[in-house]
Write a protein that binds this ligand. Structure first.
Ligand SMILES: Nc1ncnc2c1ncn2[C@@H]1O[C@H](COP(=O)(O)OP(=O)(O)OP(=O)(O)O)[C@@H](O)[C@H]1O
Length: 229
């Protein structure tokens, strides 16, 4: 479970997030939706500790990680799939996944990872940089999963990915939720994707949450309006 209270994040004097409060329980997928520049990446970077928070508290299963470095947050169960994937282009697929395994002390890549991503097994000796965008996205998710996270953060995982592959990514996230005791938080602009994966949808606007719905109650037209203004 992730609990965030009174979170404040700034770039120098510019306050991008002033007072965010939310809780995401285990086995829930939360989608945070918003237009470009509304604060999704800033929020995720502050949760993983790349950006320091200027105030507030972040807890994982009751443990306060607010003052932890990124690597300590990973040790405490936060995993991050950044926007743009950021895989290592010159390492092989296998080596890319192995970079996530130091934390979990795994000796070899578990079978369940390759079962989720068969294409990565096939391509395990290829350089990460030679994979397609969709395959790189799978690789970034696999690298995050081998840390055995309690909370998996994915920043705009569908960005630059073709529609048929977007469906595959949605299926993979749903499979992960089924197989693991995990909290998934995904930032997105593609409503069809969030409707396929999220239990709850929140809209962020200028660093504030302005709308929240359980997936079954979502008024798609209203959300589309928020995303297009
Ligand atoms: N390094 C930075 N220095 C100053 N301001 C920044 C910096 N990075 C982002 N911002 C500002 O913070 C605000 C939120 O940006 P952020 O990248 O979090 O938005 P986003 O919702 O993730 O957008 P996108 O979908 O384009 O990634 C924007 O106004 C942006 O200009």
């Amino acid at each position: 479970m992730l609990e965030v209270s009174n979170l404040k994040v700034c770039y120098g004097q510019s306050e991008v997030i002033s007072d965010l409060n939310f809780t995401v329980p285990k086995n829930e997928t939360l989608a945070i939706m918003g237009r470009n520049g509304m604060g999704k990446t800033t929020l995720f970077k502050s949760l993983i500790g790349i950006l320091p928070s200027a105030g507030g508290e972040i807890k994982i299963d009751g443990i306060d990680i607010t003052n932890c470095e990124s690597y300590q947050r990973v040790e405490n169960g936060v995993a991050y799939v950044p926007q743009g994937r950021m895989i290592f282009p010159n390492l092989t697929v296998q080596e890319n996944i192995e970079t996530g395994m130091e934390v979990s002390k795994l000796k070899q890549i578990p079978d369940d990872i390759y079962a989720l991503f068969p294409v990565l097994r096939e391509m395990r000796h290829r350089k990460g940089g030679n994979l397609s965008g969709g395959q790189q996205q799978q690789l970034a998710i696999a690298r995050a999963l081998v840390t055995n996270p309690k909370v998996l953060l994915l920043d705009e995982p569908t960005e630059g990915i073709q529609p048929s592959i977007i469906k595959d990514i949605a299926n993979i996230l749903n499979e992960i939720k089924k197989l693991r005791d995990i909290t998934i938080i995904v930032s997105e602009q593609v409503l069809s994707f969030t409707m396929a994966v999220a239990d709850r949808i929140i809209v962020i606007d200028k660093g504030e949450f302005i709308h929240e719905d359980m997936r079954d109650n979502v008024n798609s037209e209203q959300i589309k309006k928020y995303l297009s203004v």
